[in-house]
Write a protein that binds this ligand. Structure first.
Ligand SMILES: NC(=O)c1ccc[n+]([C@@H]2O[C@H](COP(=O)([O-])OP(=O)(O)OC[C@H]3O[C@@H](n4cnc5c(N)ncnc54)[C@H](OP(=O)(O)O)[C@@H]3O)[C@@H](O)[C@H]2O)c1
Length: 226
């Protein structure tokens, strides 16, 4: 029974990832930001769900949670992310919001990976998947939501580096585009529901291996151009 750590399970894609991973028989450690939400989810998702509470930008809180975990983590899915500030065009930027977007979407995933790495290395076949976005692909010249796009582009580069560094240690790493998903972030008019996206991401998590490490995949298994 693989152990999965999933961040940002309180709503959206993260919630659905946790729900489906549990239905597949995994033990799920899921992070939320509020103790109240942790309690609600524990009641809702059952015994194999273990809520942990941290903000992904809070290094000390993440370290405290990692220190209390003694079992291996087979799969880390870092899902938590933000779309960024209201004003984020190249011609009119909210720079404080831009910094926050980089902190949550780029620095935080790396911090979470580094902090839980000893537990991931303790697994027989550790895997790391991080929710990125096609909006960060350098192959598209679109400029809306540029803080978000830039953060996901930077995240992709960081993940490529993590994959390179962890391959010799047997850990496979992928950036994942979840599709355009009907969540608070994606909006009601998006292409697919969270159920479809999460199903695909968990399939990827199951099949990701060292042969395919360091790549950028969509939820349906197709490869996305960097
Ligand atoms: N929806 C889409 O169409 C789409 C497309 C491409 C990529 N993505 C990516 O997929 C991931 C999930 O997106 P979503 O649509 O499910 O978004 P969402 O509905 O807005 O949910 C975002 C999740 O991230 C958590 N989160 C945000 N900031 C956090 C922080 N500082 N610390 C801890 N948790 C934090 C939220 O927790 P709270 O409930 O506490 O706020 C929530 O659980 C994101 O990385 C996003 O960039 C989404």
């Amino acid at each position: 029974m693989p152990n999965c750590l999933i961040t940002g399970v309180g709503r959206g894609i993260g919630y659905e990832l946790a729900r489906q991973a549990l239905a597949r028989g995994n033990r799920v450690i899921g992070s939320v930001r509020s103790p109240e939400r942790a309690e609600e989810l524990k009641a809702e998702l059952g015994d194999r769900f273990e809520p942990v509470v941290f903000d992904v930008t809070d290094g000390k809180a993440i370290e405290a949670v990692a220190a209390a975990i003694s079992f291996p983590i087979d799969v880390l899915i870092h899902n938590a992310g933000i779309i960024g500030p209201e004003r984020q065009s190249t011609l009119d930027m909210d720079f404080v919001g831009f910094e926050q977007t980089m902190a949550v979407n780029v620095m935080a995933p790396l911090r979470v990976i580094q902090t839980f790495l000893p537990r991931i290395l303790a697994a027989e076949r550790g895997r790391i998947l991080v929710l990125s976005s096609r909006m960060g692909s350098l192959s598209y010249a679109k400029s809306d939501h540029i803080a978000y796009r830039a953060s996901k582009a930077a995240l992709n580069k960081v993940l490529q580096g993590v994959a390179t560094d962890l391959k010799p240690q047997g850990v496979a790493v992928a950036a994942v585009h979840p599709g355009w998903v009907r969540t608070d972030m994606g909006g009601a008019g998006a292409d697919i529901d969270a159920e479809t996206s999460a199903r695909g991401i968990l399939q990827l998590a199951q099949t990701l291996d060292l042969e395919r490490t360091g790549r950028f995949f969509a939820y349906n298994g197709s490869e996305v151009a960097w």
